[in-house]
Design a protein around this ligand. Structure first.
Ligand code: B16
Ligand code: MG
Length: 211
């Protein structure tokens, strides 16, 4: 039924979502701003500057563009430190089987991450060669929830968006998939990922034949 499956990275392939959380939390607290898991949910799939804007909007002080860039840079340096320790053992359970299942079905495999660290993470995990196409986040103008990143992945794979299945853990990511005209598999909870066509609790439950 599908010609390609396009995966998100953070929170689907590996738990970098947790490292993003730790890095943003330290940054927010250094500015005296509140930060918890519930707020972090809104940052998933949102790019670096977009995430920073959401965090700073929690306070009343205004920041110059220069200050914002410095804060985003500090968060990223911390994040890069955290991901430096990653190894192939950090690929989430079920992911390698899912990739093998998609490959065996003769479908294309794409990666749609708005993270500018995506190539580094794939290399750390040792799985870059399992993807036919990886979208370069540096070339994307609009972060998730905009459909640009999933549409770009489909174009790079040479398939029509309606023939693609997208896999996402974030509300913004599921919106991106749906607005691209694709079918969405959410990884997480159905109460959170309300726009997903299917929801599985983890990648260990991914079965291509179910969608
Ligand atoms: P970076 P995804 C997103 O990746 C993360 O979910 C989001 O939390 C992060 O802010 C964004 O990447 C940008 O990452 O600062 O490394 O460029 O979910 O699209 O794989
Ligand atoms: Mg994600």
């Amino acid at each position: 039924r599908y010609k390609a499956v396009i995966f998100d990275l953070d929170g689907v392939i590996t738990d970098t979502a947790h490292y993003h959380y730790l890095a943003w939390k330290r940054l927010a607290e250094s500015e005296g701003l509140p930060f918890d898991e519930a707020f972090n949910e809104h940052l998933k799939g949102v790019d670096r500057m977009g995430s920073l804007e959401l965090i700073l909007a929690q306070g009343s002080r205004s920041y110059s563009q220069e200050e914002k860039l410095a804060l985003a840079d500090a968060k990223n340096r911390h994040y890069v430190e955290l991901i430096a320790t990653m190894t192939p053992a950090d690929v989430l359970p079920g992911v390698l089987d899912a990739l093998a299942e998609v490959r065996a079905a003769g479908m294309g495999i794409g990666l749609a991450s708005v993270s500018k660290n995506a190539f580094t993470v794939l290399d750390k995990l040792g799985i870059r060669d399992r993807f036919d196409q990886v979208v370069d986040a540096a070339l994307i103008a609009n972060s998730k929830p905009h459909p640009e990143i999933f549409l770009t992945a489909a174009r790079q794979l040479g398939v029509d968006p309606k023939d693609c299945l997208g896999v996402e853990d974030a509300v913004a990511g599921v919106a991106s998939i749906k607005d691209a005209g694709m079918v969405a598999v959410g990884v997480g909870s159905p109460e959170v990922l309300t726009r997903a066509d299917y929801v599985i609790p983890s990648m260990a439950r991914f079965r291509l034949g179910d969608y």
